[in-house]
Every structure is written in C-alpha cells, then in structure tokens.
Design a protein around this ligand. Sequence first.
Ligand SMILES: [Zn+2]
Length: 315
Amino acid sequence: MTDGNYERIVERISKISGLGKEEIERKIEAKRAKLSGLISKEGAAQVIASELGISFENEKLKINELLPGMRKVNTVGKVINLFPVRTFTTKKGEESKVVNLWVADETSNVKVVLWDTNHIGLIETGKIAVGTTIEISNGSMRDSEIHLGSFSNLKISEENLGEVKTEKLFRKKHINEFKIGESTSVRAFILQFFEPRFFSVCPECNKKVVQEGESFSCGAHGKVLPEKRSVSSIVIDDGTESIRAVLFHEALLKLGFSQLEDLEKFAQEKENFLGKEMLFTGNVKNNAFFNTPEFIVEDVKEAVPEEVIAELEKH
Ligand SMILES: [Zn+2]
C-alpha cells in the first residue's frame, strides 16, 4: 500500500465524518502507539473509520485502496490473467469448482477467487475472458485476495479503464515452499539485520564499476564518477522456515534508514526492525557461494496484521 492510498483513506474519513484531517491523523497515530506500532498506518486508519461508524462498504474502491479484512468490497477492473477452472470435492462429498483470476485497474492488480457456480459459468462460457472489464460487488478480502461467494455479484462492466497496471504479479508463499527462480511475496518476521556493505556503481547504468587507481570505470560507459550503494543481509522467518534475504539500497532507504554509513546510527535504527513482521516481495535465487537459496527483496512494506484488525472490530 502506498502513502497515496493512506491519504485517500484519511480524506474519505474526513469527508464522511466532518472531522479535520489533522484530528483524524492524530487518532490514527494514537491507535498505532497503543498497538506498539504493530499495525500499519492504513490498517490503523481502517480501525479509526470503523470506530467512527464509517464503513467503506458499498463504496466503489480502487484496487490499491482494498485492505485485508474489508468486507462487502466493490471494485471494477480488467481481467489480465485467467487460470483454469478447478474441480474439488467438499467435506460434504459434493463436487465444487473454484477459479482464480487477476484483475487490474490503473492503480494496481489483485487476485480474485470465484467460488460461485454462476460466476464460474461466465468464465466457462467465455462471457468473461482476458481483456473483459468486470464489476465486482459484495466481495470480501481474505489476506490480499478478493473472494466472491454466492452473496457476491459479478457482471461485465461498460466502464472504460484505459491503461491498467499489469506489472509483475507476485504470488504469496510460505518460506518452506520457496523454489529457486520464483517471484513471490511473503509475510515474515525479521530475526537478524546485518551491517550494510557498500559498493560503487555507474550513474548511467547502475552496474558495478571497477576501481583503477584514483578513478572508476564502467564496462559500458568508461571513466565515470561513481555513486555509492549499499546492501544488507537479513534473516526472515514466517513460522515455516527462515531464509537469508538481501536488501538493496532502495529497500533500505524505503525502510527509513537515514545514515547507512554511520554504523552506530545503523545499529540503533535496525532495532526498530528486529522482530517486526513485514511483507516482502522478491525473487528466490541460489547463492552460489553457500549453495543455498536466498531471497532477493524487490519491495518491502508494512504488514497489516489481520488478527489485530479482526480483534479490534469485535469491540
Ligand atoms: Zn555504465
């Protein structure tokens, strides 16, 4: 979830409740403090909304506004990927079907799971195919997927979405299911955070440069004024297994490390992350040196603990 997403939620709460944005943000920060930072800004905003009696139900949301735990979700998107219909036998011994598809709008994309035979029929008859714009109403969020059951609605939409976000899709997996070569995302706790190492790159192509005396040279761009980059190893664990993960410069900056070269400062700042659960997205590679799998992180963000939201909603 991006900051823009958070701001939109705050704006929406402000509009409906009549409270000023500053007051809402204060409430959100107070809620986060109460939960010792266990909840993301977006998650806390959602809790405040429900405390104020505001629901996002029946509102049409953009895909990047969907949050774990939301019920009665409405959205419109274009089908960008469609998986074969699977048949399975329920506990009662009845034959049932399920189908997964990916739907995108201009903000993001999301996995949609259909359980209702009428909805699945629209796929089987080809009425809904890759490229079709669909309208979903009354879906519910399970983790970061929209699930549609018999109380949900699915229909073809006339809306013209223009260009939609189809960037690389990451599937959620547990660490003990990781396979080398896969792109995946996982919620995991940070167990260890090692000091960063530094290297120099070409400002043109971001590739490593070779030092020649006082100057640096890039294979493609010759003599260049290099830029410094950092890389850190961490160990993450999701309860199934742990794995070494590699965080590059951008990910470290995104986490909020301000002075990577000041190792004392780094040691202080890293304390905020030890034991913290976060959502990691990246690629599983083989570390040639250790001959073990490692996780190259492309993106890392706050994980909204669904249990916390569910627990708070009960009160
Ligand atoms: Zn270069």
